[in-house]
Design a protein around this ligand. Structure first.
Ligand SMILES: O=C(O)CCC(=O)C(=O)O
Ligand SMILES: [Fe+2]
Length: 421
């Protein structure tokens, strides 16, 4: 059976859970208490996902107490012990509780080095993260999507919106497609000034300073690829973030939701320098959702805005997105492959253009092959970031795992590094 995908999001606020409600959730309590109800409500979505992805059962070994989740005669079923062919995940009771309440995902636990599961299981884990979202949040993984404009006519996914376009049309596009290309929103001369600010600021960052990401290029050079809190180094960037055009953007994105920019006293904006021929580290982030590491139900959707300081087209580190992937939880491991059921779309930008994507939308940065690129990322989130730091929240742990990803994982070496481009 294939369910049909959900229609237009009426709101980008998809939060269903509060950190304050986090509890210590045991294996018995979850599988005997919570699971049957979830399976009644969302089991069909999970069954569709498992069948489509040909997923092996997931065996959760929680300090020796093992349950396998998978299909038996086509129905979502939990069985004691390790099911045939299962991917086995070892969890402490604390990590199980976190996973079962949609805090840390399997992807997060894997990248954080918290699983004994071998690396070859990574794709299985991504598949089960998608199935788990279907189970816990009712987010379908497979189905047919249509993209329509406000009048119900087919949506032109290649459309770019200028600052003079109707903000309601742009807002509808964002909810429908999960991304936006905003052309000519910022001043080209300001972008040139910001590029100079990046050069000037680079010497003040160093590896391991907790404020930057580094990657190695084919000639062995270590390059700073992510300059955090960059507004502290660039009055022009600060001017952008506090100017009228930025508030126009906030109003356009929020529609009927209430959005606020990232606070200026934190890591409000990151400047990314994208060198050619990266061989190690993370400069160009491969396919992912910004909520891949977890907490979708507590925080989504954030909106992430990319500011093209230099041109970002083909060969220049362009961003690609998967339209509609905020409505269907197609795993990131499938995106961009022949097995994908939602196609990827490149977003070539010019200096001064913006890209916007929701935290639930699949996206990747393509490694540049022609020229280096500079792009800045910042964003807007719900006005009420509810009880983010309350006891039981794994928000800080997830941020730490994300920040350490530059040491614990690596993008695939650029095709240029093997002389392939
Ligand atoms: O490398 C890029 O341009 C994208 C970065 C990104 O998506 C992220 O940091 O989440
Ligand atoms: Fe991202």
């Amino acid at each position: 059976m294939t369910t049909s995908g959900p229609g237009t999001l009426t709101s980008i606020d998809r939060r269903t859970r509060l950190d304050a409600d986090m509890a210590e959730l045991g294996v018995d309590e979850f599988f005997a208490g919570t699971f049957p109800e979830l399976a009644d409500r969302n089991g069909a979505l999970v069954e569709d996902a498992i069948a489509r992805l040909d997923a092996r059962p997931l065996a959760l070994d929680v300090a020796g107490d093992v349950r396998s989740v998978g299909l038996v005669d086509g129905r979502l079923t939990v069985t004691p012990g390790v099911a045939d062919g299962a991917v086995i995940v070892d969890l402490t009771p604390e990590l199980f509780s976190s996973f079962a309440q949609q805090q840390q995902s399997l992807c997060c636990l894997f990248i954080g080095g918290l699983l004994r599961t071998g690396a070859r299981f990574y794709d299985d884990l991504m598949v089960w993260d998608a199935a788990w979202l279907a189970l816990l949040e009712g987010w379908p993984v497979v189905g047919e999507l249509t993209f329509v404009d406000r009048d119900g006519a087919p949506l032109d996914l290649h459309r770019a919106f200028t600052p003079d376009d109707d903000p309601e049309e742009a807002n509808h596009f964002l909810r429908e497609a999960g991304f936006l290309h905003l052309a000519g929103w910022l001043d080209g001369d300001d972008m040139d000034t910001i590029a100079t600010d990046v050069e000037r600021a680079l010497p003040s960052y160093s590896p391991g300073d907790g404020n930057s990401w580094w990657a190695t290029t084919v000639d062995g050079t270590e390059r700073c690829v992510r300059l955090q809190r960059f507004h502290e180094h660039s009055p022009t960037t600060l001017g952008v973030l506090t100017g009228d055009r930025w508030d126009q953007l906030r109003v356009t994105l929020q529609g009927t939701d209430a959005l606020v920019p990232r606070p200026l006293e934190g890591n409000a904006i990151e400047a990314l320098v994208k060198p050619l021929a990266v061989t190690k580290g993370i400069s160009d982030v491969p396919w992912h959702r910004d909520c891949n590491l977890g907490r979708h139900a507590y925080g989504c959707c954030d909106t992430t805005v990319g500011i093209s300081v230099t041109d970002g087209g083909e060969g220049r580190g362009q961003l690609r997105v998967v339209p509609g992937s905020h409505r269907l939880a197609m795993p990131s491991s499938v995106a961009g492959t022949d097995a994908a059921w939602l196609p990827a779309l490149p977003l070539p930008t010019r200096k001064g253009d913006l890209t916007v994507h929701l935290s639930c939308t699949l996206h990747e940065a393509q490694p540049p092959t022609l020229d280096e690129r500079i792009v800045m990322y910042t964003g807007f989130g719900p006005a009420d970031h509810r009880s983010r730091r309350s006891r039981g929240s794994d928000s800080d742990a997830i941020v730490r795992i994300r920040e350490n990803a530059q040491y614990t994982t690596s993008q695939a070496p650029s095709p240029m590094a093997s002389g392939g481009a």
